[in-house]
Design a binder for this molecule. Structure first.
Ligand code: GDP
Length: 294
C-alpha cells in the first residue's frame, strides 16, 4: 500500500532530514519536489497547490530556519499538513436508538459496493447489531447471488424479491426488518460503469422514498482522481454522508485517499484492504500520514 508515494516522498524528505542548515531557497526547492511527488501520486492538483502553500508558509519562517534541526521541522510540518488535508477522523455510524438504521451504499459498478455491504454487515454484527442486507442491485446480474453468498458466509439474512423495482425491494426489506427484529438495513444499490441519468434517477428515488439514515459512497482507491471526480459528482447530484474507499491494499499512490475529503468535504469512514470480509478498517488520517511518510 502506498509504495510509490512513500518512496518518492522518502527520497525528497530524506534530503531535508540530512541538512543541518536550510535557507528559504532550499526549502522552496525541496517543496517543489514534494509537489511533483504528490502530483505523480495522482492527488488533485488544487489540493496539491493549497497543500504546498500551507507547508511553505509554515516552513520558511525564522523559527524553522533557525531551529536546531530545521529539516526535521519541515518533515513534521509536511506530516501535520497531510493529516489536516484528510480532516478529523470520523468513523462513527450513527445508529438509531429504536427502530431501523438504514444505510444506503452507492457507487459505480465494480467499485466494491457488494463486497463492502458484506464487510459492513460483518462489522455491525460484531457491534451486537442484527443487520439485514437488501439486494437492490438488479443492474448487475451476479450482484444478487454474490450478496446472498456473502450473507450465507456471515449467517446474515439477505432480502431480495424478484420482479420488483429497486425502490420497492428496499422498502419491502425495511418492512421485513421491522417485522423480524433487524435493527440495521444495508441497501446494496446498483451502479453503472459511468455516472448517468438513469442511475441518478434510480438512486434519488430510493433516497427520497426511504430517507436512509446514512448514505456512503463506495469508490475504488486504485482509480485515483477518477474516484475523486465521481465522488464529487455523486455528492452534487445525490449527496452522501461519508466515503468508503475500497481496494486501498492495491493502491500504491494514495491520490484518492489524500484528496477526497478536501474535494468533497465528506469524511472517509472506512477503507477496504482486501477482498475478504474481515478486510475493512476504520480510516484514521494520522495513521495514513505516518504510513506514507514511513
Ligand atoms: P460492485 O460492482 O460495486 O458491487 O463491486 P464488487 O463488490 O463486486 O467488487 C468488485 C471487485 O473488487 C471484486 O472482485 C471484489 O472482490 C474486489 N474488491 C472489493 N473490495 C476490495 C478491497 O478492499 N480490496 C481488494 N483487493 N479487492 C476488493
Amino acid at each position: 500500500m502506498f509504495e510509490s508515494i512513500t518512496n518518492s516522498l522518502e527520497a525528497v524528505l530524506g534530503k531535508f532530514r540530512g541538512k543541518g542548515r536550510l535557507t528559504e531557497g532550499n526549502i522552496k526547492d525541496g517543496l517543489h519536489e514534494v509537489r511533483l511527488a504528490l502530483l505523480e501520486a495522482d492527488v488533485n492538483y488544487k489540493v496539491v497547490k493549497n497543500f504546498i502553500k500551507q507547508v511553505t508558509e509554515r516552513s520558511v519562517g525564522e523559527e524553522v530556519i533557525k531551529s536546531v534541526a530545521p529539516g526535521q521541522q519541515v518533515v513534521k510540518i509536511v506530516h501535520d499538513e497531510l493529516i489536516k488535508l484528510m480532516g478529523e477522523s470520523d468513523t462513527s455510524i450513527p445508529f438509531k436508538e429504536g427502530g431501523q438504521t438504514v444505510v444506503m451504499l452507492v457507487g459505480l459498478q465494480g467499485s466494491g459496493k457488494t463486497t463492502t455491504a458484506g464487510k459492513l454487515a460483518r462489522l455491525m454484527l460484531s457491534k451486537g447489531k442484527k443487520p439485514l442486507l437488501a439486494a437492490a442491485d438488479i443492474q448487475r446480474p451476479a450482484a444478487v447471488e454474490q450478496l446472498k453468498t456473502l450473507g450465507r458466509q456471515l449467517d446474515i439474512q439477505v432480502y431480495f424479491e424478484k420482479d420488483l423495482p429497486p425502490t420497492k425491494i428496499c422498502s419491502e426489506a425495511i418492512k421485513y426488518a421491522k417485522e423480524n427484529g433487524h435493527d440495521v438495513v444495508i441497501l446494496d444499490t446498483a451502479g453503472r460503469l459511468h455516472i448517468d441519468n438513469e442511475l441518478m434517477l434510480e438512486l434519488r428515488e430510493i433516497k427520497d422514498t426511504l430517507t436512509p439514515d446514512q448514505i456512503y459512497f463506495v469508490c475504488d482507491a486504485m482509480t485515483g482522481q477518477d474516484a475523486v471526480n465521481s465522488a464529487r459528482e455523486f455528492d452534487e447530484q445525490l449527496g452522501f454522508d461519508g466515503v468508503i474507499l475500497s481496494k486501498l491494499d492495491g493502491d500504491t499512490r494514495g491520490g484518492a485517499a489524500l484528496s477526497i475529503r478536501a474535494v468533497t468535504g465528506k469524511p472517509i469512514k472506512f477503507v477496504g484492504i482486501g477482498e475478504k470480509l474481515d478486510r475493512l478498517e476504520e480510516f484514521h488520517p494520522d495513521r495514513m500520514a505516518s504510513r506514507i511518510l514511513g
